[in-house]
Design a protein around this ligand. Structure first.
Ligand SMILES: [Zn+2]
Length: 98
């Protein structure tokens, strides 16, 4: 098993609330709409933080929970599409998706 820490970034599939902008659901109507529904997404996770302030996400790894910065690369329409993609590209799926 290779250590994820050795790489600068990796990919996971997880069901999340897709962030819209920095303002957040309190101040942005679009954020509020998006916060109401979680979507299954392909995420690029950054193990090393850089200057860019990205949103962070909880990732369960080796029995521990850690927070990493991430970008949303792709939004899947359903779980089936996500699973097919994960299998094809050997991407870790974070279960449960919800
Ligand atoms: Zn917004």
């Amino acid at each position: 098993m290779n250590s994820l820490e050795e790489k600068e970034s990796g990919y996971i599939i997880k069901k999340i609330i897709v962030p819209h902008c920095q303002r957040g659901p309190q101040r942005c109507e679009k954020c509020k709409q998006m916060a109401a529904e979680k979507k299954i997404c392909l995420l690029q996770i950054y193990f090393k933080s850089d200057e860019i302030a990205r949103p962070v996400i909880e990732v369960h790894k080796d029995g521990k929970t850690q927070w990493y910065e991430f970008d949303v690369l792709k939004v899947f329409k359903d779980e089936k599409e996500a699973k097919t993609y994960a299998k094809k590209h050997a991407i870790k799926v974070q279960f449960p998706l919800d």
